[in-house]
Ligand binder design. Structure first.
Ligand SMILES: Nc1ncnc2c1ncn2[C@@H]1O[C@H](COP(=O)(O)OP(=O)(O)OP(=O)(O)O)[C@@H](O)[C@H]1O
Length: 432
């Protein structure tokens, strides 16, 4: 299942969609993850959330591997409900997904769900036309049709096909042109010899891109995608994210500041999974200036975390220099090794650039007041990456990394959400 949308930062973050694994869908590339999550929840992180403003989220999960077209069984969703109703266990995972995210902004793209009402006939005809292209998937891509589509909370396959005019048989180039994919992505897809987008990609990619384009008008929304293992969900989120970040990058928009910010976070339940998704991002980001980071932990070497920190945050790392000085040489602070930016960089990225002392305190995460030391959100953060692919445990480690901030995060992707919420790390959602 795959979910995209905008977080309400004032809402209490909830766990990702309930388990779909019980309905099947064991991911063939699943592996264990040895990284350990931390359980403590700090006000600091809450503050970061509160300061962050609206963000978008993507939750991705597997659909059952044995999807079945329910049309002929007479299973219809209730057209008066915003949630597809069915006795199928798959449906309950979708319902749970919707319960666990903001209903008002949620779109569900969930192949295998029954199609309701009068549109069944028309949809069946459309599916027949598409059958040739989706043989590999046993024509399992049926989408929920629901009256909630009227208020755009649920997008159906029929809606998408009508709106986007991108049949599954369109070539990569035709579809890319229709969706305005940047040329570097087209080149990379061609390099992989892909000829057509998979059905789930035809449904999701234009939808997310379109949603992003119109976010200023009607707000971005969450999207849940529920599709079988091997159906191409990875590219279904990789391509729209790269498109959006490329369009917003300082070089493509002609921006002068050139500041790189961590704008997209992709969380997976295991190191191997994260590495695979990271590789896909790196391969498809080729030709753009988008930088991808990987934070998975699990290395045995002592300096692994420090190395990872160096790769994620632009900073000065020095074990021997233990003094922070102003540009004119005045001693500001002594540190026992570790990570820090130059004083001028800290100043530049603090909320209060007129107060160097306060800026340094803010950057360190503490601000002294009459009532004693207070937790203060890390601010600014000169990220070395635009997208971070990580495991939850390592993400929590990096919440302590100086200069690392989720303040500028715009997109959140949660892959295999069922596994993530079933693991002990699930409190990472709250910490985020
Ligand atoms: N449009 C396409 N044309 C041809 N091959 C594709 C296309 N999109 C993805 N693939 C390939 O299909 C395979 C499965 O894709 P992917 O891993 O994204 O599926 P998935 O739905 O994420 O599966 P899983 O649930 O195992 O993660 C990959 O080898 C990928 O390279």
């Amino acid at each position: 299942m795959f979910h995209v949308g905008r977080f309400d930062p004032t809402a209490k973050p909830k766990a990702a969609p309930a388990s779909a694994s019980s309905a099947g869908g064991a991911k063939k590339r699943r592996t264990g993850d040895g990284s350990k999550g931390k359980s403590k929840k700090s006000k600091k992180d809450d503050d970061v959330i509160a300061d962050a403003g609206a963000r978008e989220a993507v939750v991705i999960d597997d659909a059952p591997t044995q999807l079945k077209n329910d049309d002929d069984k007479g299973n219809h969703s209730d057209s008066s409900s915003s949630v597809p109703s069915s006795s199928e266990s798959d449906d309950s995972s979708v319902e749970s997904a919707q319960d666990n995210v903001h209903k008002s902004t949620l779109k569900v793209i969930a192949p295998s769900q029954p199609i309701s009402g009068d549109s069944r006939k028309a949809n069946r005809k459309r599916r027949e036309q598409d059958d040739e292209a989706i043989d590999d998937f046993d024509a399992d891509f049926d989408i929920v049709e629901n009256s909630a589509a009227k208020d755009d909370t649920i997008i159906t396959a029929a809606t998408l096909r009508q709106n986007e005019h991108t049949p599954f048989t369109a070539t990569i180039e035709e579809a890319a042109k229709t969706w305005n994919l940047p040329q570097f992505l087209v080149n990379n897809l061609k390099a992989d010899s892909y000829e057509n987008f998979f059905p789930i990609q035809c449904m999701v990619i234009p939808d997310v891109i379109e949603s992003e384009r119109n976010a200023h008008l009607r707000g971005a929304r969450d999207v849940c995608v529920h599709a079988p293992t091997g159906s191409g969900k990875t590219l279904a989120f990789v391509l729209p994210l790269l498109t959006a970040l490329h369009n917003q990058s300082p070089t493509s928009t002609g921006g002068a500041r050139g500041l790189r910010r961590l704008r997209a976070l992709v969380v997976l339940p295991g190191r191997d999974l994260a590495k695979q998704v990271y590789d896909v991002f790196v391969r498809y980001a080729k030709g753009s200036d988008i930088k991808i980071g990987l934070a998975v932990g699990g290395g045995n070497k002592k300096g692994d975390l420090a190395n990872e920190r160096r790769s994620l945050v632009v900073e000065t790392y020095n074990d021997t220099i233990r003094e922070i000085r102003t540009d004119d040489g005045a001693l500001l602070r002594r540190k026992v090794g570790g990570l820090y930016e130059s004083a001028s960089a800290r100043l530049r990225h603090s909320f209060e650039p007129t107060s160097l002392g306060k800026a340094l305190d803010a950057y360190d995460g503490t601000l002294k007041s009459d009532s004693g030391p207070q937790v203060f959100p890390k601010v600014g953060g000169r990220s070395a990456v635009d997208i971070l692919v990580c495991t939850p445990g390592r993400l929590m480690d990096h919440l302590e990394t100086p200069g690392f901030t989720l303040q500028h995060l715009k997109y959140l992707v949660v892959d295999e959400a069922d596994r993530l919420v079933n693991q002990p790390y699930q409190n990472w959602v709250g910490r985020y």
